[in-house]
Design a protein around this ligand. Sequence first.
Ligand code: PA5
Length: 341
Amino acid sequence: YAADTKGMLKSLWELPGQCARAWELGMAAQLPPAGQFKHILVTGLGGSAIGGDFLRVYAARRLGVPVVVNRDYVLPEFVGPHTLVFAVSYSGNTEETLSAYARAREKGAALVVLTTGGRLGEMARQDGVPVITVPGGIAPRSATGYLFLPTLAVLYRMGLLPDPGQEVHECVSLLQSMREELKPEVPRDSNPAKMLAAGFYNRIPVIWGSSGTTEVVAQRWKGQINENAKAPAYWNVFPELNHNELVGFEFPGELLRRLYVVILRDPHDHPRVQKRFAITREIMEGAVAGVVEIMARGSGALARLYSLVYIGDYASVYLAMLYGVDPGPVRVIDTLKARLA
Ligand code: PA5
């Protein structure tokens, strides 16, 4: 195993505590001025943006206004005084997010910043924009609790979202019990994350979620495998993938034998989508190296979401270990950022 220089395993172990602290940070945060908001927009990149997608999926059935996630320098035309914008950058120095923040200010949007500091923290303080300062020292993608849960607390305190406090509590307890099953000391046969990593090893992970439930988790697993294990991975969603990707599984020859497919499931998946899982498996099984299904745990939406995120996060770190790479540094992203400077 390569060294875990950024302490990714430690961060994973500490995720339940991070979620509890993140909620408190949001409950204590300064709020932006109240307004009649027509949309909520989260702007960020990579590990700082995925929390926006968590919010988008979580809030879809609870908020009266749409949540849009923006991963760009610019903002959609609709952004204006009736938009509440969360500008999120763990480092506070991501150029796309700095640019989007400046545009949001120009357009008169209400803003809240989540960051450890950096240029974004400085700009927000100078502008009098509320800043939720989250603890530094971990990889941005390990900080999803810090970068997501405060947004729920802010929306709740602004009267835009029903109280998610009980769901946060359930989520924290569930993660505390799950980590006992997922930790490195638990051998592969009893550790679902290690079993997944073994399935992914020397294969191409293909992660499938479903619209409105697990879609964002599929995206998260893909990103975690890329960044932690430094390996390719792909994701898609039901029912859309039944209208295109499935056809690719007719491809003759050995190519498909390199694919290892995971179907992420949630008890709230649409009944017709559940039927699609079974038929899709029947059609493609035998063509690929393996197909496994992972079911969300817990009762509340937050716990179900994070239960799947947690398994995927651990699996990606175990895959890094199988490949002998350090899960922490993302040198190619650093190189690219340096070359752009
Ligand atoms: O997880 C990572 O390291 C990346 O995906 C970063 O989140 C991404 O490059 C954006 O940086 P930041 O989160 O500091 O804005």
